[in-house]
Design a protein. Sequence first.
Length: 438
Amino acid sequence: MASPKWVAWALLFGLLSSVLMSSSSSPDPAGFLQRAKESEFSDWMVGIRRRIHENPELGYEEFETSELVRRELDAMGIAYKHPIAVTGVSGFVGTGKPPFVALRADMDALPMQESVEWEHKSKVPGKMHGCGHDAHVAMLLGAAKILQECRDELQGTVVLLFQPAEEGGGGAQKMIEAGAVENVDAIFGFHVTHELPIGVVASRPGPIMAGSGFFEAVISGKGGHGALPQETIDPILAASNVVVSLQHLISREADPLDSQVVTVAKFQGGGLFNVIPNSVTIGGTFRALSKESFSQLKQRIEEVIVAQASVQRCNATTDFLDRKHPFYPTTVNSKDLHEHFQKVAEEMLGSNSVIERQPVMGGEDFAFFAAAVPRAYYYFVGIKNDSRGPQYPVHSPYFAINEEALPYGAALHASLAVRYLSENRSSSPSNANVHDEL
Ligand SMILES: *[C@@H]1O[C@H](CO)[C@@H](O)[C@H](O)[C@H]1NC(C)=O
Ligand SMILES: *[C@@H]1O[C@H](CO)[C@@H](O)[C@H](O)[C@H]1NC(C)=O
Ligand SMILES: *[C@@H]1O[C@H](CO)[C@@H](O)[C@H](O)[C@H]1NC(C)=O
């Protein structure tokens, strides 16, 4: 049992260290989290998130969001490059020398109407931050502040990537083409999720998000009177059989342990009760967790559409629309970085709060960064709070962020980068590839 005297010393020491802590954080994961939870710090992140939420901007139109990001970086004294890929920004904290580790946030909103009634509801009809990117930006700015406060202890450079157009516009690819990840050794990114409570994070080594693509097919026959089918070539029946056969690619051809998806989500043709149309257009999406399965699936989708249409004497053409919607590669997490993530996150949150999860069949623009950088890691940050009643998933018009989650994303981002740099400090700084702009 501690004597009263020791208790007094301990209290004094605790008081002193929390006084010291409020001006700058100690560079360890738990210290970072404590710093990000201080009310002034977290209120600042909440303010940023709400301003972005009120003014959602779609892909490549994130002009005001980008300006807000730059204003905050200016206020912190962080150097950055802009514009990259129209609205993108990349900030730099640290020595300006290798190793370079990148942290990424996406800035774009969705073309949907918000149904949540609250003070900071979207002020733009038909646009909403329904995927949490407003929170991602606020959390990366939070990480920037933490990193800037301990910049003298960084053993390399953290690159802060604020990217446009994650929702299908290929913003990451454009950032890469503009050189945003040149010399970057490792990159981290995350998504908020209602599947996990606040304070819990999750990921896995290997594939975490699916490779994804779209297809569209026109199945043409010969229209005519609905009462005289013998004089027509019915594309409705042919297209229906195509839809059914496409499902057999998953149930009969794919390894049951190698997850894949084919969804036909568009089926258009005809308009009257007694007229067989000339053609039917179908379209959908396909997903896989490896490059090989993805290209196999793509090839078989085209073969099945053409061959199955021909059974009913129809012709078919298939378009994968990959000029307009480039295929997303599978997002693959590095095994080394998974261990790194577990160590750092457990230090911050405790081992029960760091869990391994299944891959998700959603696509993620981060995959392009992951493919362009030697090592990448993508994870999920919980935002669920059961005492807040029902909570809706991303892309729902009722989606809402629990803002108490912001410090967790900010502190984990910062910790993963700081620790990565200290464990990969450059052995030969003399021949370093210094970023020119610094
Ligand atoms: C399918 O294409 C062939 C070759 O171009 C053509 O002869 C035939 O009429 C087409 N059939 C239909 C139903 O469009
Ligand atoms: C959950 O929400 C309640 C208010 O409804 C709040 O008091 C509590 O701190 C929140 N929990 C977390 C972990 O942020
Ligand atoms: C760099 O850091 C990662 C993450 O901690 C670690 O897995 C890896 O071994 C380090 N690499 C080198 C060359 O030190």
